[in-house]
Design a binder for this molecule. Structure first.
Ligand code: GNR
Ligand code: NI
Length: 171
């Protein structure tokens, strides 16, 4: 396993649309192992492959609390088949938008089809933080960041600060 570098906004790579995976291969499992290690190291509760430069539809998540045992989850080719009308608001952060958080409204419950680590088809019903986090990660696969859900005014404030920070880092 290896820790990979996480791409941060405003890198245009994050706007790319990820491609579905044809088959869950050993190469993909290596990538998902790396994603998990990179996510735990950051630390974060989710990570999409695009965030480490691989535009494929693969996501890892672990929303277990610190005092609980790790519970890694893997989602390949995730597809939301149903979303509740009821919304839930969470304060979201993103490893690709370091040091900013904001409240985002999303469907409170979803149904999801995906392939697991072994390539088996799965279907789940998710709510709470799991539903929010899955939707945050699926957004990444479509080139969308949580700041894209904010008003243009709020988003521009954050983007300007990110641009400034990335220029300073390059000096
Ligand atoms: O670590 C993360 N925390 C988080 C908190 C609320 C909603 C979504 C997330 S995902 C984020 C990690 C990340 O950037 N995944 O893409
Ligand atoms: Ni993110």
């Amino acid at each position: 396993m290896a820790i990979r570098q996480i791409i941060t906004a405003p890198d245009p790579f994050l706007k790319r649309v990820s491609k579905p995976v044809a088959e869950v291969t050993d190469d993909l499992r290596v990538l998902m192992d790396d994603l998990l290690e990179t996510m735990y190291d950051a630390p974060g509760i989710g990570l999409a492959a695009i965030q480490v430069g691989e535009p494929v539809e693969a996501i890892v998540l672990d929303i277990a609390r610190d005092e609980d045992d790790p519970y890694p989850r893997y989602f390949v080719n995730p597809e939301i088949t149903w979303a509740s009308e009821e919304l839930a608001t969470y304060e979201e952060g993103c490893l690709s938008v370091p040091e900013f958080t904001a409240d985002v409204d999303r469907p409170a419950e979803i149904k999801l089809n995906f392939l697991d680590y072994d390539g088996n088809k799965q279907e789940i019903h998710a709510d709470g933080l799991l539903a929010t986090c899955i939707q945050h990660e699926i957004d990444h696969l479509r080139g969308i960041l949580f700041i894209d859900h904010l008003s243009a005014v709020k988003r521009n404030i954050i983007v300007r600060k990110l641009v400034k920070a990335s220029k300073q880092a390059a000096e």
